[in-house]
Design a protein around this ligand. Structure first.
Ligand code: PNS
Length: 165
């Protein structure tokens, strides 16, 4: 039984993420979507909300579950016996940060990272851009799962520039 971990902030999960999770599932028997903390980011949704939205988005996909990773990803991967980390690359811009994280995770626990190329039709779909579109009242229904679109609309309060919520 091979298990892969798909880690990320998922703030919130997008259709691009779902595409990567499906690709990972096509290669591994089981996939854990690991909602983790990136200290470089200021989150719009707290960890429990991000987990809940990811679960809603991935409900019904056999062999996929969502977990919260409060600490080091490499430690989590060792604990669950992951064969690999799977991440998506939208383009060259993703490569630099992913390269460093892949090497660090391998340094920490020996785990390899497998990169998959996301669907090019979703190459522009980034959580940060989706939040910006939603913040200004733009349409996000074809960018994120429906539960996420609802959550974005529910939490969008017209506010001065610079406010995240
Ligand atoms: O979607 P993101 O923000 O690019 O995902 C980055 C994330 C959350 C996977 C990364 O920051 C992470 O693994 N955080 C958990 C703590 C950890 O293991 N830090 C060392 C990373 S090499």
């Amino acid at each position: 039984m091979s298990l892969a971990v798909c880690p990320g902030s998922f703030d919130p999960i997008t259709l691009g993420h779902v595409d990567v999770v499906r690709r990972a599932r096509s290669m591994f028997d089981e996939v854990v979507v690991a909602v983790a903390h990136n200290p470089a980011k200021k989150y719009r949704f707290d960890a429990e909300e991000r987990v809940g939205l990811a679960r809603a988005a991935l409900t019904g996909i056999d062999g996929v579950r969502v977990d919260l990773v409060p600490g080091l990803l490499a430690t989590y991967c060792a604990e669950v016996g992951a064969a690999a980390i799977v991440k998506g690359l939208r383009g060259a811009a993703d490569f630099d940060s992913e390269h460093a994280m892949a090497l660090m995770n391998r340094h920490l626990s020996g785990i390899e990272t497998v990169f998959v190329m996301g669907d090019p039709t979703l190459a522009h779909v980034a959580s940060s851009l989706v939040k910006d579109v939603a913040r200004h009242g733009g349409p996000v229904d074809d960018l994120v799962p429906s539960a996420v679109a609802d959550a974005l609309r529910a939490s969008t309060v017209p506010s001065p520039a610079g406010e995240d919520r």
